[in-house]
Write a protein that binds this ligand. Structure first.
Ligand SMILES: C[S@@+](CC[C@H](N)C(=O)[O-])C[C@H]1O[C@@H](n2cnc3c(N)ncnc32)[C@H](O)[C@@H]1O
Length: 262
């Protein structure tokens, strides 16, 4: 795989590293562990009905495979990944043969898993299907801000059922702000007293650890200024430059001065 190296993560499962972007695809603390703790476990609350899942940034499929392993009744999974080579190779990675065979068979002959190998910014417009669960696993916002703009998140959330859950490992302020501007309830996934991921839903009953008043106040500071990609066509650099300019001209309070006030 061009520009991609492998490494062993702390739970023994294989992780990928992109040399060009200087970005890891999987947590060094455990690729399999991450898929379960940050994506699947927070959604187990929905495991009482046939589930429709959208897996954005499928990579080599840890989140989809972990979902197949843990949910009782999956109706369909739509997987979106720009790098076709990763998708084709995904049945070779981790998980047992039974799960990898399901991926392999659905790649050859899609039954309940469908693969879309293109930019999520194009794919997100092609259907008006609603999903019970949406996994959003893009690279870090400062590397690929196009995956985290207010506008893309808005399109993604339009695909979320009103009783569905959106999940991402990301809990940076600009991403939380982009969710907040889309008028959705936001929760923290907490492990060992640390926030490790984010959930969001239009149904507040599905949110386990809602953002506190202080968390929400912090979303009104300069640090939380989100990324914009008005027509979903800007380059990463253009999006970064737009945000830099907005931060520079902003009269909002800084996060550090807000923290000093407390
Ligand atoms: C953090 S990795 C995701 C890891 C993945 N969930 C897995 O289990 O292997 C981010 C992925 O997003 C993909 N990606 C980057 N930009 C994208 C885009 N605009 N549309 C769709 N996928 C994209 C990358 O190719 C990469 O595989």
């Amino acid at each position: 795989m061009k520009n991609i190296k492998t490494f062993i993560t702390q739970d023994g499962s294989l992780g990928l590293y992109n040399t060009e972007l200087d970005e890891i695809y999987h947590s060094k603390f455990g690729a399999k562990k991450e898929a379960f703790e940050k994506f699947v476990e927070p959604c187990l609350i929905l495991d009482n009905k046939p589930l429709k899942i959208l897996d954005i940034c499928y990579g080599i499929g840890y989140n989809t495979k972990c979902a197949i392993e843990n949910f009782k009744n999956i109706k369909l999974i739509d997987c979106v990944e720009k790098d076709e080579e990763l998708v084709k190779k995904s049945p070779q990675f981790e998980y047992d043969k039974k799960i990898n065979d399901i991926i392999e068979n659905n790649l050859k002959n899609p039954e309940f898993i469908h693969f879309y190998t293109d930019d999520i910014r194009k794919i997100i417009n092609i259907s008006d299907k609603k999903y019970d669960i949406i996994f959003h696993d893009g690279f870090a916002p400062h590397k690929q801000p196009e995956l985290w703009s207010v506008e893309l998140i808005s399109k993604i959330l339009q695909k979320l059922d009103k009783n569905g859950l959106y999940c991402t490992y990301n809990h940076s302020k600009p991403v939380l702000r982009a969710l907040f501007e889309n008028k959705i309830y936001i929760g923290k996934v907490i492990k060992d007293n640390r926030t490790i991921a984010t959930t969001a839903s239009f149904n507040p009953e599905l949110i386990k650890n809602p953002l506190s008043d202080i968390d929400i106040k912090e979303l009104e500071t300069k640090s939380a200024i989100p990324y914009h990609d008005w027509n979903l066509k800007l380059s990463s650099q253009e999006i970064i430059n737009l945000r830099k300019e907005e931060v520079k001209n902003s009269k909002l309070q800084t996060l550090s001065s807000l923290k000093k006030q407390k």
